[in-house]
Design a protein around this ligand. Structure first.
Ligand code: TXA
Ligand code: MG
Length: 346
């Protein structure tokens, strides 16, 4: 891999033009979106796409999302755009929704890890929009983290993982949503959530009457079971620390953690909700208020990164609600915990 002196670009017009120029030359650029930062490349250039997998250390069998700026950009990428998908696009684009569609030959098979489908998304972030338009290309972009670590929600996170590996990162400020897009597949009259995100099942249901949530969202895959969304089979979003999710009341959580602390385990930390840290006798980080899933989504990945910076070895994390955007927060923290959950009496 080439060693780069990674440039931190701003969202000014000349810097956007510079980012677009890298992309047209087949290079990678870290870009802000409303969900998380993406590691973008020309989705029609096989060599550029190969660089994404190399820079992230990403398994070759985990497909990428292709980002477009406007509806007319979708047509060349797909062989069909079924009415269900069009309704969802109408309702939620631009925004944090990715739709799985049949892939056209314009998109190299490596983008989709050999699948005959392609994941398409139209981000709403003005800087992402400007970069896609300036490049004049569909952009393949996974989250801009090293494979396996928490997704980046600031340009500094991208720098921490990608400095030296890519020529440039565009700083568009912290991401508004904070967790990756909702990924859906469609069939006649029906949408299936493969990965939960900012667009909730209830929101989808207002557009399509029948919405299913893939069991892999909340349960580990059984041995040999095939993932509808290949990303779901990897341990993801993980800090280096062992994370254990604790389902308990605020009081129950504090009592449990304080009891564990009595044995003085190395690097013990708590990850709890804002305002619930007062009765904790161990070092802690918070990730939003218990009743505010949007806040939790915005803060979770930064908190997971900070746990590493603070040298945490064992983290007890207060379990979020799985309702609304909470389903996305729950899904990510469950994966960070490798599905290790303790349920206490409420
Ligand atoms: O919000 C987002 O979606 C961010 C920003 C940068 O747009 N991107 C992102 O990409 O999260 P990534 O690569 O980290 O996650 C893509 C997810 C993976 O779980 C992958 O398996 C799934 O989308 N995916 C991609 N193509 C697919 C396909 N053809 N069929 C099923 N799942 C697919
Ligand atoms: Mg990712």
């Amino acid at each position: 891999m080439t060693a780069y002196q990674t440039r931190l670009l701003s969202a000014s017009p000349p810097d956007i033009a510079a980012a677009a120029e890298y992309l047209r030359r087949g290079e990678l650029v870290g870009i802000p979106t409303e969900t998380v930062y993406g590691l973008a490349a020309d989705a029609t250039n096989e060599q550029a796409v190969a660089r994404i997998f190399a820079a992230k250390g990403r398994p070759q069998d985990n497909p990428l999302i292709v980002h477009v700026a406007q509806l007319c950009d979708v047509e060349p990428l797909v062989t069909a755009f079924p009415p269900e998908a069009q309704k969802l696009a109408q309702a939620f684009w631009p925004g944090p929704l990715t739709i799985i569609l049949p892939r056209s030959p314009r998109i190299p098979a490596s983008v989709s890890a050999g699948l005959d489908t392609v994941a398409v998304r139209m981000p709403s972030h003005p800087v992402a929009q400007a970069i896609i338009r300036a490049a004049g290309l569909p952009l393949a972009a996974p989250s801009a983290n090293l494979s396996g670590s928490p997704s980046p929600t600031t340009a500094a996170h991208v720098m921490a993982d990608m400095a030296g590996r890519i020529p440039a990162v565009v700083d568009g400020g912290p991401c508004g949503v904070g967790v990756e897009s909702t990924v859906v597949s469609v069939s006649p009259g029906c949408a299936r959530v493969l990965r939960p995100g900012g667009v909730t099942p209830a929101m989808l249901q207002k557009v399509l009457p029948h919405v299913e949530v893939d069991p892999a969202v909340t349960h580990p895959l059984a041995d040999g079971q095939r993932a509808a969304s290949p990303g779901m089979k990897y341990k993801h979003y993980s800090p280096r620390a062992r994370v254990i999710l604790v389902k308990a009341s605020p009081q129950g959580f504090a009592q449990f953690v304080n009891r564990q602390a009595a044995a003085k385990p190395e690097g013990l930390m708590a990850l709890c909700f804002d305002g619930e840290e007062t009765s904790l006798a161990v070092p802690f980080l918070t990730y939003g208020r218990r009743d505010d899933a949007n806040e939790q989504a915005q803060q979770l990945f930064n908190a997971l990164r900070q746990l590493d910076e603070r040298g945490a070895a064992l983290v007890y994390a207060a379990c979020p609600s799985d309702q609304g955007v909470g389903l996305a927060v729950y899904n990510r923290i469950l994966r960070a915990a490798g599905f290790e959950v303790i349920t206490l009496d409420r």
